[in-house]
Every structure is written in C-alpha cells, then in structure tokens.
Design a binder for this molecule. Sequence first.
Ligand code: ADP
Ligand code: MG
Length: 242
Amino acid sequence: MNSPLNNTALNLVNVTLEYPDGDGTLKALDTVSLKVRAGEFVSLIGPSGSGKSSLLAVAATLVRPTAGLVVVDGEDAGGLPDSGRTALRRDKIGIIFQQPNLLPSLTAVEQLVITQRLRGGTARAAGERAAALLDLVGLGHALAKRPHQLSGGQRQRVNIARALMGNPAVLLVDEPTAALDHQRSEAIIRLLRQVTDEFGVATVMVTHDTDFVPLTDAVASMRDGRLSGRAATAAAAAPRRG
Ligand code: ADP
Ligand code: MG
C-alpha cells in the first residue's frame, strides 16, 4: 500500500465550477470527483462542451472551483493564496495543451531551460536536464533546432519534455494529438505512456480518439459537467509493470 504507485497524486473531491450564464449559471463541472495515483494514466473522454478542459483547468490550479477540493501531491490548492498556487503549479504540475506554444526564436533546449530558470538552479544543470529529456522523447539529434525546423509531432515532443522539466507529480494533457495524423498520434500517446511509467507521474489526458484508450490504465467519461465512474482498460488489467 505504501508503494509510490499507490500514492494519490491528484485528488478532486466534489468539484463544482460555475460560470455566469445570462440570468443564471452554467455548471461546467458538477460535483466531480477523481483520484489519480502516481504512475497512473487516465483517459478523459466526452462530447464537446462536456467540461473536459474545465476539469483540467481546475486540476492545473489555473481556475478556482466554485466548490470542492483540489489536492495535488498532498497539498490542498484551495487553501493557498494565488502566489502559493503559482508555486504549486510550477513545482508539481506539467501541462500539455494541443498547441505546443513554443517560442519561435528559441532552440529546443532553450524552450526547456527558460522554464527551469523560474524554478532556480544553475543554467548548466538546467541545460543538462533539458538535453536528457529531449533525448528521452526522441529528439537527441534536434537540441539546437528551432520550432520552424521541427515537424508537428516533434514540436509536441518538445512540449512534453518541457512539461517534465520541473519533475511534476501530475501531468495534465488536453487533446495532444488533435493536430496530428493517426500514426504520429499513436507515437505521442505511447510516449506519454512511457513517461508516466518512468517518472511515476499521474497523467490525465483528454482525448477525442478512443483508439488509444487501451494504452492508458483507465477511462473516465464526462457529460454535461458530470463525470461517470472510471473503468479500467486492458492495460490496467495486464501485468504491464511486471
Ligand atoms: P470540453 O473541453 O469538454 O469541450 P469545456 O470545459 O471547454 O468543455 O466547457 C464546458 C462548458 O463550460 C461549456 O458549456 C463551455 O461553453 C463552458 N465554458 C468553458 N469555459 C468558459 C468560460 N471561461 N466562461 C464561460 N463558460 C465557459
Ligand atoms: Mg476542451
């Protein structure tokens, strides 16, 4: 029970998120609860507008919920002031959106190093970690390439490596393959599977493509702001980790 793989890294408890909507309110999230353990990879599916991105925004501490608890790596984000939430996000959460949003003038290594400077540490250590992570995601040959010299899939790999720079406990991924063809999409999901295992990170991935759900451990489905229970996938049932 005390194995790191059993530790809850992300815990959402009865999270509700309301937006003003005319005279009333719209419930983007309606008493949503979700627990994700370290090393676990959860797919989040559901129709457009069902609240998937809202769930990630709340889990990322980018948006405060109207009600409910958001606990990241044991820390209750709701109890923190904005500065504390920023620090929590920087130190414990990796965020990967559909568009990599790389800075056009920076090389692949520099994209990673610049985020690490905000966390402190030496430039040299940051450069070494950046190079190692880019190598891990298959870009060891492209350290000095700028975004326009990389393919869409390669840019998404830089994005993934960048999200891992701070050694996060939680990885939040929103439609990472929406701009990629099937083969490149599968390679990206397999990479996310690999880093979830190797880094013991708790990964939640919004995906429209149910083909790749079997590469993840569990699938949760959203509709009208409500989360239906998680179901284990074949990957969770198989003794993959030996
Ligand atoms: P999904 O990612 O599943 O497509 P979203 O989380 O983006 O769904 O949206 C859920 C609901 O919340 C939708 O009805 C959407 O219009 C609404 N919504 C999302 N963000 C905002 C916002 N910033 N202000 C008002 N309504 C929002
Ligand atoms: Mg969305």
